[in-house]
Design a protein around this ligand. Structure first.
Ligand code: HEC
Length: 127
């Protein structure tokens, strides 16, 4: 588990660097939220019923309790955030995960509001 954490931490930093470039290039797609999800989130998160060592499943994440799944070993930082994932809270989280829960194992900053909204709209469809 600890190794998986370190790997996912390193990986997320790489991804963050890559993301800065791709965001600047801009995108156009038929279903932007799903495309963004596939590019930026799917490497760590499944949308099926089970979590993986790299991330909790995002199936049903909208309105789910924060850090509430039994099959994922969350960081203490995220566990102590409390409450549930309203769309507004997801927006704050995705704009800067470390500001939302300092020390969380997910490192991500999405600066573009429309991009965050598109991803959250897609997450709402994952029931
Ligand atoms: C490099 C791997 C990685 C990537 C990429 C990643 N995440 Fe995460 N995510 C995690 C990890 C690990 C956690 C658990 C964090 C913790 O325990 O502190 C997490 C937690 C979450 C949570 C909280 C879930 C819960 O059960 O409370 C949400 C929501 C989330 N991620 C959404 C996303 C979205 C949306 C994207 C794409 C924009 C994304 N993540 C990209 C690794 C990743």
């Amino acid at each position: 588990m600890a190794t998986a954490r370190i790997i996912s931490r390193l990986f997320s930093l790489t991804l963050l660097a890559l993301f800065a470039g791709s965001a600047a290039a801009g995108r156009a797609a038929a279903s932007p939220g799903q495309d963004l999800y596939n590019d930026e989130c799917a490497s760590c998160h499944s949308v099926g019923s089970a979590s993986t060592p790299s991330g909790p499943t995002l199936k049903g994440v909208v309105w789910r309790g924060v850090a509430s799944l039994q099959d994922f070993a969350y960081s203490r930082a995220l566990r102590s955030a409390g409450g549930s994932w309203s769309p507004d809270r997801l927006d704050v989280f995705l704009s800067n995960t470390q500001a939302f829960a300092p020390g969380t194992d997910m490192f991500f900053e999405i600066y573009d509001r429309d991009e965050r909204r598109a991803i959250i709209d897609y997450l709402r469809t994952l029931k």
